[in-house]
Design a binder for this molecule. Structure first.
Ligand SMILES: [Zn+2]
Length: 257
């Protein structure tokens, strides 16, 4: 029996409030929407490449204070990491039948993005006046193959999430060293040699440019993957990368990250 004031269940209007909204439900001006659409279209990487080029055009002729240098250099390192991440995502997308940036696993993406900037923590002792990591070298010892080679060994020998993390960190460090080589000397072969090694800044931009155009080129070659991604999936924390030497397998289930 119905009590007074209680409406029959059949006439009750149930309103479902979504907790998360899909990218297509968000307005075009919403930052996540704009970034996602730029990534889908292959435009995000070229835009980031242009930003790095303009950043360096201002930075390279100058010798600013350490603080100002960091303000311009660290965003460029982050942009370098994002360009590499999107290039890897595009390659995996091509291999895995249109999974978009979901092809990149969280551990890999997070490792890449964090390592691409956090490696510069090794500058802290020098900033504080200690040469414990820089005695006789133009940059800290960990800005060298002495850090990158063990990471690559970890990629080859590791398993599961540890391997994914090592792969992401290795690519983040490699991208960081590539930029550093193009901006100032790096003791790349320490401890074998403390000599500073550089490459032309143009070489860095050309290599970065190749990675930046890759998503767009692959999209043109493989238009069926268009629109495969959602905003959450543009973030590496929601993506997947093939694991355990099975890169390229189609239809593999993601790890429960
Ligand atoms: Zn550095």
């Amino acid at each position: 029996m119905l009590t007074g004031g209680t409406r029959p269940a059949s006439t009750e209007h149930v309103r479902v409030v979504p907790v998360f909204r899909r990218v297509q439900d968000l307005p075009a001006w919403w930052p996540a929407t704009a970034i996602t659409r730029a990534a889908r279209s292959g435009l995000l990487s070229p835009v980031l490449l242009l930003a790095v080029t303009l950043d360096d055009a201002w930075l390279m002729p100058r010798a600013p204070s350490y603080a100002v240098l960091g303000l311009f250099d660290e965003p460029a390192h982050l942009a370098t990491s994002v360009i590499l991440l999107l290039a890897v995502a595009a390659l995996l997308d091509r291999a895995r039948s249109g999974r978009g940036v979901r092809s990149v696993r969280p551990m890999f993406g997070v490792g890449l993005l964090l390592a691409g900037n956090l490696i510069d923590v090794d500058h802290v002792p020098q900033v504080l006046g200690s040469q414990v990591l820089t005695a006789g070298t133009p940059r800290p010892y960990s800005h060298s193959l002495a850090l990158l080679v063990p990471l690559l060994v970890g990629v080859l020998a590791g398993r599961g999430r540890g391997r994914l993390l090592a792969a992401g960190v290795a690519l983040g460090v490699a991208g960081h060293l590539l930029r550093d080589l193009g901006t100032a000397p790096v003791a790349l072969f320490w401890p074998v040699s403390s000599a500073g090694v550089t490459i032309p800044h143009t070489a860095y931009l050309v290599l970065l440019g190749a990675a930046a155009v890759l998503p767009g080129v692959l999209r043109v070659l493989n238009p069926r993957s268009a629109g495969a991604d959602t905003p959450a999936e543009t973030a590496p924390a929601h993506g997947q990368l093939p694991e355990g030497g099975n890169d390229g397998q189609v239809g593999r289930n993601p790890l429960p990250d």
